[in-house]
Every structure is written in structure tokens, then in C-alpha cells.
Unconditional design. Structure first.
Length: 88
């Protein structure tokens, strides 16, 4: 299993209270979509990188959807940002 890991440049909490933000995009679910977590809190089920960007925006983390796939602080579990459908 390949794992895309967040690098050392993980951003600090926008509120400056809890240190680095941990963003995890879990492997595709059996029915499609990928669960997105920030610091352990589930933000929702994303079906593409634009969904991930929107969840992060709602959590106070601004990121351009074009930058989501290459962001060093997003930990892509199982597969990279190109896979969103159910595992086959």
C-alpha cells in the first residue's frame, strides 16, 4: 500500500493554540468517496479534491483546490488524490 505523507511543512493551527494541523484523507470507501479528518475530527466524505478544499475552508484552512493534490500537509492514506471511487 502506498502512502502519501504530510511533510515537515505542516501548517500551524490558524488559532495558534494546538500546533501543527493534521489533515488525513482516508482510502476510498466501499461505496465511493473518502473521509476527511482534521486533527481527528471528521469533516465529511469527499468525492474529489474540490470537496477536500471546501471542507478545509469551512475548518478555517484556506487552500486552492488546484493545490490540494500536491499539498505537503495532507496525508493521503492508501492511494493518492487521483482515486475517489469504490475500491475494486
Amino acid at each position: 500500500m502506498t502512502r502519501w505523507s504530510a511533510g515537515p511543512d505542516v501548517p500551524d493551527d490558524p488559532e495558534g493554540m494546538s500546533g501543527p494541523i493534521r489533515v488525513i484523507v482516508h482510502p476510498p470507501s466501499p461505496t465511493g468517496g473518502r473521509r476527511v479528518r482534521v486533527d481527528g475530527e471528521i469533516l465529511g466524505l469527499a468525492h474529489n479534491v474540490a470537496d477536500v478544499a471546501e471542507f478545509l475552508r469551512r475548518a478555517g484552512l484556506e487552500i486552492d483546490p488546484a493545490d490540494v493534490a500536491e499539498s505537503p500537509w495532507i496525508d493521503w492514506r492508501g492511494v493518492g488524490p487521483e482515486r475517489w471511487g469504490p475500491e475494486t
